[in-house]
Ligand binder design. Sequence first.
Ligand code: GLN
Length: 491
Amino acid sequence: MTDLHQLTIHEAQDMLRRGDISSVELTQSVLDRALAVDNDVRAYICLLPEEALAQAEAADRRRAAGDDTPLLGIPLAIKDVICIQGVTTTCGSRILENFVPPFDATIVARLRAAGAVFLGKTNTDEFAMGSSTEYSAFFTTGNPWDLERVPGGSSGGSAAAVVAGEALGAFGTDTGGSVRQPAAMCGVVGLKPTYGRVSRYGLVAHGSSLDQIGPLTRDVEDAAILLGSIAGHDRMDSTSLNVAVPDYVREMKTGDGLKGMRVGVPKEYFTEGIEPGVETAVRAALDLMADLGAELIEVSLPHTEYAIPIYYLIATAEASSNLARYDGVRYGLRVDAPDMWQTYYDTRQAGFGPEVKRRIMLGTYGLSAGYYDAYYLKAQQARTLLRRDFERVWEQVDVMACPTSPTTAFKIGQKVDDPLQMYLSDVFTVSLNLVGMCGISIPCGFSDGMPVGLQLMGPALGESIILRAAHAYEQATEWHKRRPNLTERMF
Ligand code: GLN
């Protein structure tokens, strides 16, 4: 049984329950795989082999004692912006290079209680600001389908780990697309929950009105399992919704799949800038959904062209405020200088990379007296118009379908010096964060050997319906079963 690392979570659950395998065997297989390929892929900032094996042993003991919680003994990876007690949480930044959180994020505490095994922390653009992992202060992750290309970002490490066999599933964060876009570029499933569905306590803040934690997995059922295990109210996060968590797996499988479902196709998401190979794959996916009984309806989201400017005003404003806490006093890096102000300056100068500095400056500018009305306030007003676009469309359709990203994974270095080009990778994902609704990206084909993602968007708390649509499509296709060829090299 050498390929345990390629199992889906639900396959592994069945085998663990039947006693065919132990969590120690499963975890060892995934760790061996990570050791054999991660010198090339570089998905992990830190791998925790001893801790993971100890957790796997504990899970096997719990199972022997009759415990059968869903994630018992399942090895998962966590993006390095989410706190695990006692494990360095860098956020891909020099300023937190040595920060060891004294507590678990709520999602980590929930996963831990469910018996999950933590393999390590995955690479990210610094403070989750980016679309390629190239803005990580440490290194760039390679796309397992072509190591010269980016895996997308900012949760690129998590997406790469899942498709490369280095974790059965992983968690990322999505402020403007950072779960869905890397999922699309690596050929895995990525789900961004409704704002407030998942607690953000213990997630290092980027844009507080936008951030959500979401799963990256090998198929849709696994996404439903992981979402169900982290969702729900948390008194430590006042923005978390006090709404019961459904059984997503069951709701996904009830009903008639896509039959009779009204699927909106937003015309503004099929315009210039979209690569022909991406458009072809997504159009073919729409045709298949129609064959499976969906009713395709063209819809319009007229304020789409403003989504990128609105997002980059609001996200940078919130980031500039959230990142004020890195001052060399409370935690993280400190560069000592003769006085307090100089200590702040020197610490932040040394600790933050260029993209983070760019955003702090942009955000501070947009919020400053004299400019606030013209930029931040205008962006908030336009955000309301965007939300109304979506609310009108939900009167006509159940879900919307469109590309996740206008391009497949680009070459490392291609966009790193051109922030505007980098920002445009998010044109199809940022709107959902701005309106607080949910979305999922699933594999729907390849273009020149690189994966293409189909995005399904749903209304607030519409996770069950997008999962049902995604699952029905996935059942009729094989795209999610393809795996990249990676050479295993032992070091
Ligand atoms: N790429 C977008 C940004 O740079 C989104 C990032 C994210 O979702 N964390 O802000």
